[in-house]
Design a protein around this ligand. Structure first.
Ligand code: HEM
Length: 468
């Protein structure tokens, strides 16, 4: 009897990696929905089909960003400090326009300079590395230096690189619920930026206090840019590590083919799971159905990217070959950088150029192999084996080890995500950063003396622009 019980316990324990992670994810979703409420119109969904995804996303009334959605409290919590100054979450208006203009100016760098900057940062970041790495961790310092140079047009000091990487890592770790927020790490970066605002290479948005300007930079460049580029590169390198034929082709291919590899990576693993908008007016879908003002539209990228492609789960860069597409690229169900009519990613041009340059540098130096599970949220940070080109390439043992380790880590991580995620969703719900911000703004509208005070602390004296 005892032996039977022991055998049963051992069998249950050994089988954990095969069933527990999925159960934990389902449970996490239920807990989140319970705490957050089930606000939101899923698109595509019952009300709006996939064929109207773009039309609804581009609708002029689908333009609210934060105010009025419980979901915003959670995003503001994860993006703090200064979520009210994060470009992605600012409501439309003068302040948003000023901030978006500055971002465009900082990103308007000629292609050759982007390539050269990205290449230089990659060389410093990956030289001398070998063996087992986590791709997201490998990439963070590279993009931290890249973002710093974009903003300040000077080589990134080590101190700044570490502060930026620590900030970005803290944000993405909490977003994925694999760790809690550490506001101290984030505040250290804000304090570093504050006395350096006058060294930014383009004029910062006027009418903001120094602290608001620092928050803007921290949000757009030292959080979003670094996180998104690191995540995108982890996906790109991991998918190539798992498709050796595609890896070899990408290494030796021209830029056009490389862009297809990036397109296909971001189709299969879009960085946004859901982007939301709050409707500022009624949207009539037909004569019987209207989406009322104040609704939260939840645009589901992975769902949209799966439709309209043959065998959508397969990694196949050649599907973006113009000879194989039955529609122009613009009409494919593929919006990795959002939709042009409604606040698309301002880095849609620069990001693929920079990613290509860094990927070429990595592929030129290493053969990549990996045996881990590749999911869109990639909480494992992309474990991968790097073998220097020219060295003996015998990955079998390392891959067997990685496979087993990854399965067991999944079990532990799933439980951690459940506990920390539940806590953060609850804490964000309690703090209500977004709701309180708008309630305070409504009860204390800024008056003329506030405006004077703001202009008395200009973080940056408008001056000449500097190129990189
Ligand atoms: C491969 C890398 C990247 C991908 C796939 C990506 C994707 C996206 C997507 C899909 C959106 C729109 C979301 C929505 O409709 O709500 C967005 C917005 C944004 N992205 Fe990116 N992004 C990337 C890199 C970057 C970089 C390098 C920056 C640098 C500043 C950046 C800054 C922003 C900002 C500021 C917004 C908000 C735009 C606005 O509301 O005006 N992103 N990104």
């Amino acid at each position: 009897m005892l032996i039977a019980v022991v055998l049963l316990v051992v069998a249950v324990l050994m089988s954990l990696p095969w069933w527990l992670p999925r159960r934990v994810v389902a449970l996490r979703e239920r807990v989140f929905a319970r705490i957050n409420g089930d606000e939101g119109v899923p698109v595509p969904g019952e009300l709006v089909g996939v064929e109207r995804f773009r039309e609804l996303y581009a609708h002029p009334a689908a333009n609210g960003r934060s105010k009025g959605a419980a979901l915003s409290d959670l995003f503001w919590y994860w993006l703090a400090p200064g979520p009210e100054m994060h470009q992605e979450h600012l409501e439309p208006g003068e302040r948003y326009d000023a901030v978006a203009r500055t971002t465009r100016a900082l990103l308007a760098v000629p292609k050759g300079e982007v390539e050269e900057l990205a290449r230089r940062c990659a060389v410093r970041g990956v030289a001398g590395v070998r063996g087992l790495v986590r791709l997201r961790d490998l990439m963070m310092p590279v993009w931290a230096e890249f973002a710093y140079e974009l903003v300040f047009a000077e080589r990134c000091p080590r101190e700044a690189r570490d502060l930026i990487a620590a900030n970005a890592d803290d944000v993405v770790t909490s977003l994925k619920c694999t760790g809690l927020r550490h506001m101290g790490r984030r505040d250290r970066l804000t304090r570093y930026l504050l006395p350096r605002l006058d060294r930014v290479r383009v004029p910062l948005p006027g009418g903001l206090t120094s602290l608001e300007q620092a928050y803007y930079l921290q949000g757009a460049f030292f959080n979003t840019a670094v996180v998104q580029l690191s995540e995108a590169m982890a996906h790109l390198l991991l998918v190539l590590a798992q498709h050796p034929g595609e890896q070899e082709r990408a290494r030796t291919s021209d830029d056009r083919h490389f862009d297809r590899v990036i397109n296909e990576t971001l189709r299969l693993y879009p960085l946004f799971g859901i982007a939301h908008r709050i409707t500022s007016g009624d949207i009539a879908l037909d004569e019987h159905t209207t989406i009322p003002a104040g609704s939260v539209l939840c645009f589901n990228y992975p769902e949209f990217h799966r439709t309209g492609f043959a065998d959508p789960g397969r990694f196949d860069p050649a599907r973006f070959d113009p000879g194989r597409c039955d529609r122009p690229a613009k009409e494919l169900n593929h919006v990795p950088f959002g939709v042009a009519a409604n606040r698309p990613c301002p880095a849609w041009r620069l990001a693929p150029i920079a990613m290509r340059a860094v990927a070429r540098e990595v592929l030129g130096r290493y053969v990549l192999d990996s045996s881990v599970t590749h999911t869109r949220s990639l909480p494992s940070r992309g474990p991968c084996l790097l073998t220097p080109r020219g060295a003996a390439h015998r990955p079998r043992l390392a891959l067997a080890y990685l496979r087993v380790r990854d399965r067991w880590e999944d079990v532990w991580r799933g439980l951690v995500q459940l506990v920390l995620g539940t806590y953060m969703v609850w804490d964000a719900h309690r703090k209500r950063l977004c709701e309180r911000h708008f309630a305070e703004a409504a009860s204390n509208p800024p008056d003329a003396s506030d405006a004077e005070d703001r202009y008395a602390h200009p973080g940056h004296q408008p001056g000449a622009r500097r190129s990189l």
